[in-house]
Design a protein around this ligand. Structure first.
Ligand code: G6P
Length: 611
């Protein structure tokens, strides 16, 4: 999520670090810092906000050396302040980290017990103290101390560590968060992203999970974190342009972000449940069982894609928690006199946390006594700041204007919240909690598999890229996905599209159907399968071309429709997550084929801060 650069070599490195961080600026960040080993002494410079502030801090108090690490932070634990900015240090050891340490609270408690004093609210700082503690207590080298420390971490990390008492080594390790190694002449690099070091080297190793890198100016050793056995580095010569590197080799940010979803969803679930205790833990949402039992109204307010997430949430809240849920467009809700009192609960959903309509609706409800909770991707943005509690999605910065990973992480967060509410209200038995959690936990791996099947789209796109209008039909919790599929297509390919509840087809949209208006029918084997299949037949009977999005193995779908995409056979509550991929990829390939500006579609903005 954040950006990492590390250097060891024969040249002063502060410029390499800062210019590397500049190359990572496109990812979004809210603070930055460097740690340099100068003449055996560790020096850090950190600043809130943009890199210019870090540059000013370095100019005010110059530092440089032959070993150093740098970081741009996108806040996840703790506000974007100087104290929370990386690198974090413990004595002469400094660490930069991307990812989330799930068990940081326990580790912190243990380290405080050993006398360590913490200076930040971050999960990262425990790594610095843990490495220091292990190194001192067991009299280990830095490399061995890092190996022992990371074996105690649960969660996801890519880290780079320096120690002023061992100025000839830079140590990196990764688990479920990217880290690359770059080879130079008498100098080597570690970074979260190729683009940070592409100006210096094109000989790159993409480190695998569970690998520890011991990097010196003239040598590199990779070992397995668990066994300590050496791993052979596979060096790739990267020919990407800087702009390709920013996109991780993908043609567009949107495609990269579609592919990041398995990791983003796993990060959003991480550390928020216990299968042993059959519970979802969301201490950030201060809503009690008593409060839920006495709710007068429960409103979900949002705009755009976040509103579609809210509509899926309604099914979760009603099915799992028995909570009547009103999902409202914030731009409408803010001007209605909907009943609101002290017993009203409002959930605001916003990836940016800054959408003007959502914020205004929230403020109004709050002024009238409602309790406000939110789901948001940007820590300390306006909506979380004005809420009584926020469940952050951990999607990382989303650059493509059309929302993808922010949407699916909202779906995962809503599902968690509904499980929590269901449990608090006594509607969801422990087995039910476990069933829902297991369904969610399988999603990232299943998405990975789905993302391999991109070639399925080619023939559809070739046939349909010139159409002017399309319909998307879905039912139940896939009705919001029909809306989202149509919105994605409109946003980036500029093809007019309408999403409809399949049962409504005969009340209007059926009049549009002819051989020039294709219909995408979301028709997996769920509770509505037979009814939606009848709708599909009605479209075919009127010569409408059909793309069926069916369950894997549904052979009949091949015969009845013109094209077929499939999703795996998953429990209904996670079908919207799996159905998101075909909706996103269809829109993406259609737009790419047409040559539109996928990442910056005309007239649209990522964050709509005006009414
Ligand atoms: C803009 C973005 C959409 C987003 C909507 C709501 O229109 O382009 O992707 O869904 O705003 O934004 P929010 O940040 O509140 O989720």
């Amino acid at each position: 999520m954040c950006g990492i650069v590390g250097y060891i070599g024969s040249n002063p490195c502060v410029d390499v670090l800062v210019s590397g961080l500049e190359k990572l600026e496109y990812r979004g960040y809210d603070s930055a810092g460097v740690a340099i080993v100068r003449d055996g002494v560790l020096e850090t410079r950190r600043a809130k906000g943009k890199l210019i502030n870090l540059k000013r801090a370095i100019k005010a108090e110059p530092t440089d050396g032959l070993l150093g690490i740098g970081h741009t932070r996108w806040a996840t634990h703790g506000a974007p302040t100087v104290d929370n900015a990386h690198p974090h240090r413990s004595g002469e050891i400094a660490v930069v980290h991307n990812g989330i340490i799930e068990n940081y609270v326990e580790l912190k408690r243990e380290l405080v017990g050993h006398g360590h004093v913490f200076a930040s609210e971050t999960d990262t700082e425990v790594i610095a103290h843990l490495v220091n503690h292990i190194k001192t207590a067991r009299k280990l080298s830095l490399v061995d101390a890092v190996r022992a420390a990371v074996r105690r971490l649960h969660g996801a990390y890519s880290i780079v560590v320096v120690d002023a008492s061992e100025p000839d080594v830079l140590v990196g390790a990764r688990l479920a968060s990217p880290l690359v190694l770059g080879f130079g002449t008498d100098e080597n690099y570690l970074a979260s992203d190729v683009s940070a070091i592409l100006n210096h080297t094109r000989d790159i190793v993409f480190l695998d999970d569970g690998v520890l890198a011991t990097v010196r100016a003239g040598s590199v050793t990779l070992t397995d974190i668990e066994t300590g056995k050496e791993v052979e580095p596979v060096i790739k010569r990267i020919t990407w342009t800087p702009s390709m590197a920013e996109k991780g080799g993908y043609k567009h940010f949107m495609l990269k972000e579609i592919h990041e979803q398995p990791r983003a969803i796993a990060d959003t679930l991480r550390g928020r449940f216990s299968l042993e205790r059959c519970e979802v833990d969301l201490p950030e949402i201060p809503v009690t069982a008593e409060q839920l039992q006495n709710i007068s109204q429960f409103y979900v307010i949002a705009c755009g894609t976040s509103w579609h997430a809210g509509l899926v949430g309604k099914y979760h809240f009603e099915d799992l928690a028995g909570l009547a849920t009103h999902v409202e467009l914030a731009s409408e809700f803010r001007y209605r006199r909907a009943p609101i009192d002290e017993r009203t609960l409002v959930l605001a959903i916003s990836q940016s946390g800054e959408t003007a309509d959502t914020l205004a609706a929230l403020r109004d409800a709050k002024a009238r006594g409602a309790t406000i909770i939110s789901i948001c991707n940007v820590i300390e943005s306006s909506i979380p700041r004005e809420s009584h509690g926020t469940l952050y999605t951990h999607a990382g910065p989303e650059i493509g204007v059309a929302s993808t990973k922010a949407f699916t992480t909202q779906l995962a967060a809503l599902h968690l919240l509904a499980i929590r509410f269901g449990h608090l209200l006594g509607r969801l038995a422990p087995e039910g909690v476990v069933r829902e959690l297991e369904a969610l936990l399988h999603v990232p791996a299943m998405m990975e598999a789905e993302l391999e099947r991109e070639h399925d789209y080619a023939s559809i796109i070739r046939s349909w890229h010139q159409v002017h209008s399309m319909l998307f039909l879905g039912r139940g919790n896939l009705y919001p996905l029909a809306l989202e599929g149509a919105l994605k297509l409109k946003e980036i390919s500029y093809i007019h599209a309408e999403g409809y509840a399949a049962g409504e087809m005969k009340h209007g949209p059926i009049a549009l159907i002819d051989e020039d208006v294709p219909t995408v029918v979301l028709n997996p084997m769920d509770a509505h399968f037979a009814k939606v299949r009848s709708n599909l037949a009605e479209v075919k009977a009127r010569s409408g071309p059909v793309l069926t999005v069916a369950t894997d193995g549904d052979a009949e779908a091949d015969e009845i429709g013109d094209f077929k995409l499939t999703v795996p056979d998953v429990p209904e509550t996670v079908l919207p997550l799996m159905m998101s991929l075909p909706m996103q990829l269809l829109a993406y390939y259609m737009a790419d084929f047409k040559g539109t500006d996928v990442d910056q579609p005309r007239n649209l903005a990522k964050s709509v801060t005006v009414e």
